[in-house]
Ligand binder design. Sequence first.
Ligand code: ADE
Length: 557
Amino acid sequence: MEQLRFSAFWWGTIMFGSILLEQKMASSMTMLKLKRLCKFCDVESTSCTGTGSCMTDCSITSICPHPEDVCVSIWRKKDDNVTIDTICHNPAHKLHGLVLEDYNNSKCEMRERNGMGSQFFICSCSEDECNDHLFFTPYSLDSQVVSVILVSLVPLLVLAVMVITSFYWYRIYHQRRAGVKRKKTPLDFSDAHAIMMDDDGSDSSSTHANNLNHNTELLPIELDAQVGKGRFAEVYKAKLKQGATGAGEHFETVAVKIFADEEYASWKNEKDIFSDADLRHENVLHFLTAEDHKVEKQYWLITAYHPRGNLQEYLTRHVISWDDLWVLGGSLARGVAHLHSDHTLCGRYKVPIVHRDIKSSNILVKGDLTCVLCDFGLGLRLDNSLSVDELANSGQVGTARYMAPEVLESRINLENIESFKQTDVYSMALVLWEITSRCNAIGEVKDYEPPFGKVREHPCVESMKDSVLRDRGRPEIPNSWINHPGIQVVCGTIDECWDHDPEARLTAQCVAERFNDMEHPDKLSVRSNSEEKIPQDVSKLLMPPAGEADNYKQPSS
Ligand code: ADE
């Protein structure tokens, strides 16, 4: 029973998924459709007898007014008056009260329709001028076939609906019973032990599907200390109680992001972005559930907790090694590349997402020093449902310090979704610079400073315009940094990612591949320890991967 229930669920999911995919493909096809040529004489007398095949003798070929239009011919006989209509028609609308069913045909196959007040044949088809040559099919045979099919299908359909409904109710019943048994854990986080990322960096929860708490019952959560504060919400470390045992109450550590009533829009946006299960990735914050705390007038997002905190805090407190830089930078690029990608790691279609507020304080550091992207309050799903309003309001968002030049001057190309990704890549370049500035492989390491100034000062858009647009300024990459071969590649990459021209920037995927192509950093750090040990062909390490040579530039100094 359990197995059947499970397979029915997946069968439903696959069907639903494929329907969505088909709809998607269909909608993109519509955008490419050319207008059709059809015979278009309206009503004319004809010598067609309504049997066999004949030509309309219509001499007018017209370009249909709408791209959806198909060609239609209607043959009518009233008393001795026999006529043919040749027209264009949008099959989404009824014609003489009839739905066009055969418009995908390449031939116009005339079928008789009863109850039209005269002898009436109609056909529709989707090839240029296909309504000129008409093929008559007798009504009775066709309707018989349809009735036979219907009669044999109906019981099957009824049976399928009954089976699916009973599985559905069984599932609900089963879940309710399980809920009663576990009273204190209304959501089944069966792998909840991995919700808190330990210092060993293991993240076994990455296989856990993103959830939405559809239960009205809230999770048993006890808030602990505040660990972060953003523009729209505060973040707390919290205990997720896992039920009382003999050994006392067991709990898991989670992070709870709390939005005040007025910040509903931000909560909703982040919740909607997180609810896309395809967002799951080891370099994206692991989302558990969203809750509406009606009584307190608060909205919560419950996620994994990372005790190392955000990247800005981490870089402030630590000088890092080249190995650390490689891990932090590579994982950051992989996270952004996944976000931007239109397919999952297993190749399934996914909606590309842009973050629009990438900065070191919106990136968390896991125990193994890999990064996870968080704070999707300004994120945008680049799907077909993107409304004109959403696009129009998407001009200047984010944090001024990290805004790309085209965002600062509100000149982002809204017609090309790649433009949004390019602004994320610019911000990512600034974060890569921050990481590099704290790496001991650059030589003397100064105290942490964010790009373009001090942490406490928050530059406004106007002052960032002066630095980034008027002066074309970027954070400094001193010559001394690029003595290390790996750092040289990273700095070259940063330089290409913060290019003034958005189109000239690398993609996040390309940056991830650059890090990957450096292979294990040990090789590079060993070489960099001693100049003499650098082999002759070290230049290979400094060159971009094959196929990228065209857009590779020497790092600016
Ligand atoms: N600050 C913001 N979100 C956090 C999280 N999930 N874990 C730890 N610190 C955070």
